[in-house]
Design a protein around this ligand. Structure first.
Ligand code: G4P
Length: 295
């Protein structure tokens, strides 16, 4: 599955983001702690490196991610120049409050009313940018929603006399280079329902869970997972949950419905704390792709 996705508002959003970067001191890049690299837009990195802006990399939704994988990602990002990484769950009261102090350390010279610290929230859709903005401002200014790209306009607010905060619309990029990134993004709902086929995404997720968290899959659906592949696991879920098609092909296993059950459970954290990638799994994926392309 190659995902190519560049609706008109994403092009406009890129231009807006480039302008906003010029006017801000620190980029707060929000990504999904369960898939930090797959949910990092390479265009954001390119824009911020071009402007030489320091970055606070926020691994958000850490409450849903595997803590060991999150720690490995924090170490990975904290080794990068001009980057500080933190894991948060901006739905938890108080977690977001750590963010301004972390940003201050990245631009200590911006510290008074004449030179306020200007922070810019960036990230792909549905990683929690609006939730973060609302938590920091302690009021609801940005629409929060689990449908991708709910935030469409840029919003700015004063956090204090010496700090401003700007939220940007979710920014996707033209072509997702690695198929597995597309699947991980779809599983985590950063890519809209119209762009992907749920059964394919569910089968991918089941395959990944079989590799990394087989016990969680077995426990949630009370299925025997030994020897299964992704398709067989979704079939097993369909049987267990009575997902049977109606209409012309009545009586067959409804894999679409079973895949949706799995995806909804994963998205809501019902399976347990799961990370779809680690620095090691990502390095292995990149090495495999490189050897396949013969570089
Ligand atoms: P965006 O601006 O980046 O597009 O994302 P937004 O804040 O709209 O958040 C997208 C969904 O992710 C929302 O779910 C939000 O509640 C959820 N979310 C944000 N931060 C966290 C977090 O740290 N942990 C968890 N578990 N979820 C988070 P929703 O279902 O649409 O809304 P709600 O019913 O949860 O409020």
């Amino acid at each position: 599955m190659t995902i190519q996705w560049f609706p008109g508002h994403m092009t406009a959003a890129r231009k807006e983001a480039a302008k906003a970067l010029a006017l801000n001191d620190v980029v707060i890049e929000v990504c999904d702690a369960r898939l930090p690299e797959a949910s990092s837009n390479p265009m954001i990195r390119e824009l911020r490196l071009h402007r030489q802006r320091p970055c606070l990399k926020l691994l958000n939704k850490a409450d849903l991610a595997d803590p060991a994988a999150t720690q490995a990602w924090l170490d990975f990002y904290n080794r990068q120049p001009n980057v500080k990484a933190a894991a948060i769950s901006c739905k938890k009261p108080g977690d977001a409050a750590r963010v301004p102090a972390l940003c201050k350390t990245l631009a200590p010279h911006r510290n008074d009313t004449f030179k306020p610290l200007r922070m810019l929230i960036m990230g792909i859709p549905n990683v929690g940018k609006s939730t973060l903005m609302n938590a920091l401002l302690k009021r609801r200014v940005a629409a929060v929603g689990d449908e991708p790209a709910v935030t469409k306009m840029q919003m700015s607010a004063d956090l204090s006399p010496t700090m401003t905060l700007t939220d940007t619309p979710g920014l996707m990029w033209p072509k997702i280079a690695h198929d597995s990134d597309g699947f991980m993004l779809a599983a985590s709902h950063a890519i809209g329902r119209n762009a992907v086929i749920d059964s394919e995404v569910g089968i991918f997720l089941a395959g990944l869970l079989l590799q990394r968290y087989p016990a969680l899959l077995a426990a949630r659906y009370k299925i025997e997972v030994d020897g299964l592949d992704g398709v067989a696991a979704v079939e097993a879920i369909a049987k267990k949950r009575g997902c049977i098609t109606k209409g012309r092909h009545a009586g067959e296993l409804d894999l679409e419905k079973a895949a949706m059950i799995l995806l909804t459970d994963y998205r809501g954290g019902k399976l347990g704390r799961i990370s779809l990638e680690t620095p090691d799994s990502r390095a292995a994926m990149l090495a495999t792709e490189k050897s396949k392309s013969g570089d």
